[in-house]
Design a protein around this ligand. Structure first.
Ligand SMILES: *[C@@H]1O[C@H](CO)[C@@H](O)[C@H](O)[C@H]1NC(C)=O
Ligand SMILES: *[C@@H]1O[C@H](CO)[C@@H](O)[C@H](O)[C@H]1NC(C)=O
Ligand SMILES: *[C@@H]1O[C@H](CO)[C@@H](O)[C@H](O)[C@H]1NC(C)=O
Ligand SMILES: *[C@@H]1O[C@H](CO)[C@@H](O)[C@H](O)[C@H]1NC(C)=O
Length: 484
């Protein structure tokens, strides 16, 4: 089969660009008539342009054949726990009592936890739900499922790594960072032994494998081994740590890599799952307060800024700062707060991002992002400056600076921000409204946008595989990710 990602594309004669509109229309028409796999290797300008267009419509995905115990089986296990005493788990304990976690008659796909601490990381569930949907319902899916690894652009590894970590944290937290007696580690090992034994991994060194690691502690013990793969993460928090020795002398406060390399070049930032319902632009009402924040005041690392901001802002007129609970009361409080405020504060927490940002967007509350190291999903497709305010930590910590800055925005500017925000709300929606996510996905939803981003990496992945292959066996070159 011809390579899906033709390197010929860049060698198209310049004249291609000047094809008349009518020829382009003819091409588009022929695209519908031809099978998408039919990619001619001929270098004529016509096929060259055509393959470029065809290639951006889909990505071929092979789903690695992991046992059910490593994905949906973990949900069975989660729901069969007698009780979970962690904060935020009340709602799941109620679901256990009502025995209502099997939302599909034949028990194949249980619901994902509702506990906000786990639900925010549910990308793994929705991505797999799309892939196991019967083919006839998947015409709107960007990922085309193929039945053999040889036909695939990438291999999706359907391990619910977040759930595996959370199960361990919920049952025996003490051994989480150890290997002995740690079921999460046993599962991580099982996944790695399975994929590394496959021909597909041996061919690519894992570079074309896709893992979902939304929880910053997911797959903690095998990060070095999956480093070459495409990692779907919510940000790079937890992957770096400040080099305390270098930063204490005040000179090199650069981040030092902790576990292994992550990079925007190969990895994809995915959204947290929002926890608050969507507010439509047409339902938006006059907002009474200037700035809203709810959350824990105390946080570690980058989150120190939170505590300082809290002290600076707490008595400002027009500013609402609330400590919240991870339960129904807290949720109502957030809905009210985010819908009645012009701006919503998004300071760094334990990591540079949190699901709060995506709740603000669904609530049409203009995000004020105070997190110097933040990485955001779908950048390039989305320009966050069209609906968010970015403020340097150093500026935000000057007395009165932030509130004066926010007051300087006019009603017209704020209204424009909200209109722009309404246009991207759907990008952050994982839930397609079908149980288990098994059904058609919205064309502009999070699942498709994630696969579009993975698709953007394909050229680089293929290049890395080819370069690796030509190295003589005795040559060892340290792994490098480029700085962006
Ligand atoms: C049961 O699960 C299979 C997939 O494992 C699915 O094809 C089928 O539609 C499901 N049946 C019902 C009644 O939901
Ligand atoms: C600090 O940074 C400089 C310039 O980037 C580099 O030459 C030096 O080796 C670094 N020092 C340490 C302790 O990493
Ligand atoms: C949520 O938690 C708070 C603090 O523990 C409590 O006062 C409140 O009643 C709880 N709300 C619900 C609906 O459980
Ligand atoms: C080169 O690699 C081969 C096989 O991996 C090994 O047997 C050999 O000793 C190596 N030679 C050197 C000079 O390291």
């Amino acid at each position: 089969m011809a390579p899906k990602y033709s390197s010929k594309a860049s060698t198209c004669p310049v004249s291609t660009l000047f094809l008349s509109i009518s020829i382009i229309f003819a091409l588009l028409l022929s695209l519908f008539l031809l099978s998408s796999n039919h990619t001619s290797k001929s270098t004529s300008p016509l096929s060259c342009l055509m393959s470029t267009i065809a290639n951006s419509n889909s990505i071929n995905v092979y789903v690695s054949d992991l046992p059910r115990s490593l994905n949906y089986g973990l949900l069975d296990k989660y729901w069969s726990l007698s009780h979970d005493s962690r904060l935020g788990s009340d709602i799941d304990n109620q679901i256990r009592l009502a025995n209502s976690w099997n939302n599909i008659n034949n028990n194949s796909v249980p619901i994902y936890p509702e506990s906000p601490l786990i639900k925010q990381y549910s990308a793994e569930y929705w991505l797999l739900g799309d892939l196991i949907t019967p083919p006839e319902l998947r015409s709107g899916s960007f990922a085309k499922r193929v039945s053999a690894p040889e036909q695939a652009d990438v291999i999706f590894v359907p391990f619910f790594a977040t759930l595996s970590a959370e199960l361990q944290l919920g049952t025996a937290k003490g051994v989480f960072r150890k290997k002995v007696g740690n079921e999460d580690y046993v599962r991580q090992r099982e996944v790695l032994d399975f994929v590394k034994g496959s021909e597909a991994w041996k061919r690519s060194g894992g570079r074309d494998h896709v893992f979902v690691l939304t929880d910053p502690v997911a797959m903690f013990h095998v990060r070095e081994e999956i480093a070459p793969a495409v990692l779907l993460v919510v940000d790079f928090g937890g992957w770096y740590k400040i080099d305390s020795k270098a930063s204490s002398d005040g000179k090199n406060a650069s981040d030092m890599i902790q576990h292994t390399q992550v990079s925007l070049l190969k990895d994809v930032i995915v959204p947290y799952t929002h926890l608050l319902p969507k507010l439509h632009l047409s339902e938006d009402q006059k907002r009474q307060t200037l700035l809203y924040f709810k959350g824990a005041k105390h946080r570690h690392r980058g989150g120190m800024v939170r505590e300082k901001l809290w002290d600076l802002l707490t008595n400002e007129p027009g500013v609402t700062m609330e400590e919240g609970f991870p339960n129904a009361t807290g949720k109502e409080q957030s809905i009210k707060g985010m819908r009645s405020s012009e701006f919503c504060l998004h300071p760094a927490g334990d990591t540079p991002t949190s699901c709060r940002l995506f709740d603000a967007i669904q609530s049409l509350c203009i995000p004020v992002i105070i997190s110097d190291n933040i990485e955001l999903p779908f950048e390039g497709t989305i320009d966050y400056t069209e609906f968010s305010v970015f403020v340097a930590v150093s500026e935000a910590l000057q007395p009165n600076w932030l509130v004066n800055h926010l007051r300087s925005y006019t009603d017209v500017q704020k209204s424009k921000f909200r209109q722009n925000m309404a246009r991207v709300q759907s990008f952050f929606e994982f839930d397609n409204g079908y149980p288990g996510g098994i059904g058609p996905v919205p064309v502009d939803g999070a699942v498709n946008h994630i696969w579009r981003k993975v698709h953007e990496k394909l050229g680089m992945i293929k290049e890395a595989i080819v370069r690796e292959k030509r190295k003589p066996p005795n040559v060892s070159v340290p792994r490098r990710c480029h700085c962006t």
